[in-house]
Design a protein around this ligand. Structure first.
Ligand code: ZN
Length: 206
């Protein structure tokens, strides 16, 4: 499965963005035609190209070289408490239906020998969000990335999201919130998890 996916990515890497938009666009045309949409409508005329370009943007995490370069710094101050980035907004696309799910991620870690630039944390989230995704996997992938690259004492990721596939279709439950979490290392300890949740429940002042 893994090899197959890698080969597919390589195939895409050989195509220029223009070629990709053209090829994706022709499939969007086929979908519109099968649905009976009149492509002579001036509003629809450019839609295949627009949808194709949008897919490239929304699935950017699949492209070669999309993985963020993570600079870490020595933890010279020997900071040993929790570092948390909360309320990081994100948009992703549900792998089951290719419609958006979106919300906020809260990401905390306890440094070991290295710390990470704070702006890198949202970039990691973005990299894994920009692909057909499921929330459970997104949560785990962000946790695993930090756990393996930073070798911290612990990592915890909580994601709260609304799924348009739950709201617009199927059971049609607008406003339902899906919450997922992933924990590594020190966060296995209930007291450490409580501290994370304590940070999370504090009202935002700005
Ligand atoms: Zn879905």
């Amino acid at each position: 499965m893994r090899t197959q996916l890698a080969e597919k990515t390589n195939q895409l890497a050989n195509l220029s963005d223009d070629d990709l938009v053209k090829r994706l666009g022709s499939h969007v045309e086929a979908i519109l035609d099968l649905l009976g949409v009149d492509r002579r409508d001036p509003n629809v005329h450019e839609t295949p190209r627009r949808v194709a370009a949008m897919f490239l943007e929304m699935f950017h995490g699949l492209r070669e070289g999309a993985e963020p370069q993570i600079t870490t710094f020595p933890n010279d101050e020997a900071y040993s408490a929790m570092v948390m980035e909360r309320d990081i907004p994100f948009y992703s696309m549900c792998a089951h239906h290719l419609v958006p799910f979106y919300g906020h991620a809260h990401i905390g870690y306890i440094p070991g020998k290295r710390i990470v630039g704070l702006s890198k944390i949202p970039r990691i989230l973005e990299f894994y969000a920009k692909r057909p995704q499921i929330q459970e996997r997104l949560t785990e992938q962000v946790a695993d990335y930090l756990w393996s690259k930073l070798e911290p004492l612990g990592v915890m990721v909580v994601i709260e999201a609304r799924h348009l596939c739950v709201e617009m279709r199927g059971v049609k439950k607008p406003g339902a919130l899906t919450v997922t979490s992933a924990i590594r290392g020190a966060f296995e300890n209930a007291k450490v998890r409580e501290e994370f949740l304590g940070f999370l429940s504090r009202a935002q002042k700005w």
